[in-house]
Design a protein around this ligand. Sequence first.
Ligand code: URA
Length: 233
Amino acid sequence: MDEHRVQYLKDLGITAWVRRERIHAKPATGATDAPHLGVNGSRENGIAVMGWSELEQAVTGCTACGLRAGCTQTVFGVGARQAEWMVIGEAPGADEDRQGEPFVGRAGQLLNSMLAAIGLQRGQVYIANILKCRPPGNRDPKPEEAALCRPFLQRQIALIRPKLILAVGRIAAQNLLNTDTPISRLRGRVHQLGGVPVVVTYHPAYLLRSPGEKRKAWTDLQFAIRTLNGGNG
Ligand code: URA
């Protein structure tokens, strides 16, 4: 194991080994179908057929909910557009709002460490959020905001066709999976979103507040690797 990975695992509070050859093996069966796209109304229909640059422009110009008026800029998403892994969080915070990129603050640094611990560099995955605009004071997204923003994320998922979605945090998981099941019961299971397996773990901001839970997040990451390799169903 190289020095960097040992450091990343240390950041996670973990002493453990990952067998490298298990990480990028074959995809989970049935994981490559395009996710189901919402088709209610012309806005959704329009977004559902956009290419990357049109989609990016549509996000930049979106004023569908009230959030855009109160934030600095939209935060579209970042990373490899052919990524096998897609990480989905909640919404931009203050740092992300300033820089226009998801997960760039302290939580983002821990997310980078979590990814590095499983042999992934940030640039190898695609990172996006449920909301593209920062809610004031980092409050939770309102259901109507999440619903209006959803077609953008749906289109990103459809364009990327990831082999696995890692939902980080309760808000991301519950919104993506359209459920109010607690995160404790969403973890450790393979969910499906239009044929793409979804694995749930804790939000890195929560892990910063509750470092004792990092071990569980590590278990989730290993579970995600097994899922991607077709070992969980
Ligand atoms: N938290 C999130 O859920 N997303 C970000 O982009 C930053 C912090």
